[in-house]
Design a binder for this molecule. Structure first.
Ligand SMILES: O=C(O)CCC(=O)C(=O)O
Ligand SMILES: [Fe+2]
Length: 261
């Protein structure tokens, strides 16, 4: 039986070694109960306005599924998103992997997404998130993305905990996981599943009445184009009002990739 290591968020070096070894691990104690509550209460009205099976712009997507809601533009929806974006664990992991290794001069946010799975959402297809940028990696071992899927509800065996394939970040392209190579990222609310861009994973199946809520953030090397343009998905005034360190991570700075400079 494969499994993921659980490591306290206060030990970034240990989290990083587990991620290097297995491609993924669970960091515990990342977000406080108070922060989880606050984020959920800010997102709830937007979720209430969104139909199942679509994102808030109404796009249907087979990859997402039918019993899911996906929200973007999260900085305008919650003033506390900046606390998640600049979490010391996430910044430390991304900077060590991408800047200290010499791969990039800086780190950027690629996107954020609220991922809500409701009852009868089946397993998502296995994939890697770095597949968003095909042909960028020189070698299979290069990592250009590190992701956090923060549990805003508990992730359990039956409510859609993410399926993860430990060690798959080092696999040759095209290898399919077998049943005994797959585990579930079960974790209490306030934890985060940390995984690299090459780690094979998918949303799990929710058989419970209550929805499972994951808050995704993906950090990339600074020379890669982010998936989400925060100045488009949010009210630009909200982004421009963020502190300098947060705006840099969102690339809203003179000379950045985004239109505003
Ligand atoms: O919902 C999840 O736990 C993971 C979803 C996912 O991997 C994705 O949409 O890329
Ligand atoms: Fe994914």
């Amino acid at each position: 039986m494969v499994s993921l290591q659980h490591i306290a968020a206060s030990k970034p070096e240990d989290v990083l070694s587990a991620v290097r070894e297995d491609g993924a691990c669970i960091a515990t104690g990342v977000l406080s109960d108070e922060l989880c509550d606050d984020l959920m209460s800010s997102f709830q009205p937007h979720l209430d306005e969104t139909n199942w099976g679509v994102d808030e712009l109404g796009y249907r997507n087979e990859f997402y599924g039918e019993q899911t809601k996906r929200l973007h533009g999260l900085f305008s929806k919650s003033p506390r998103m900046v606390d998640v974006l600049t979490h010391p664990l996430f910044l430390s992991l991304a900077r060590t992997l991408f800047v200290d290794s010499g791969m990039a001069n800086n780190i950027r946010l690629s996107n954020t997404e609220l991922m809500v799975l409701s009852q009868d959402q089946g397993n998502q297809v296995f994939h890697t998130d770095a597949a968003s940028w095909p042909r960028v990696q020189q070698q299979e071992s290069d990592e250009i993305l590190i992701s956090a899927n923060c549990a805003l509800t508990d992730f359990t065996e039956t409510n859609g905990a993410t399926r993860v394939v430990p060690g798959s970040h080092l696999w040759e392209a095209g290898r399919e996981p077998e049943e005994h190579e797959i585990c579930l990222a079960t974790m209490p609310r306030g934890s985060a599943l940390i995984y690299t861009g090459n780690a094979i994973h998918s949303g799990g199946a929710n058989q419970e009445a209550e929805a499972r809520v994951g808050l995704y953030l993906g950090y990339i090397v600074s020379w890669l184009r982010p998936i989400e343009n925060q100045l488009v998905t949010n009210d630009p005034a909200d982004i421009l009002a963020l502190p300098e360190d947060a705006r840099r991570i969102l690339d809203v700075s003179p000379g950045g990739f985004t239109v505003y400079a």
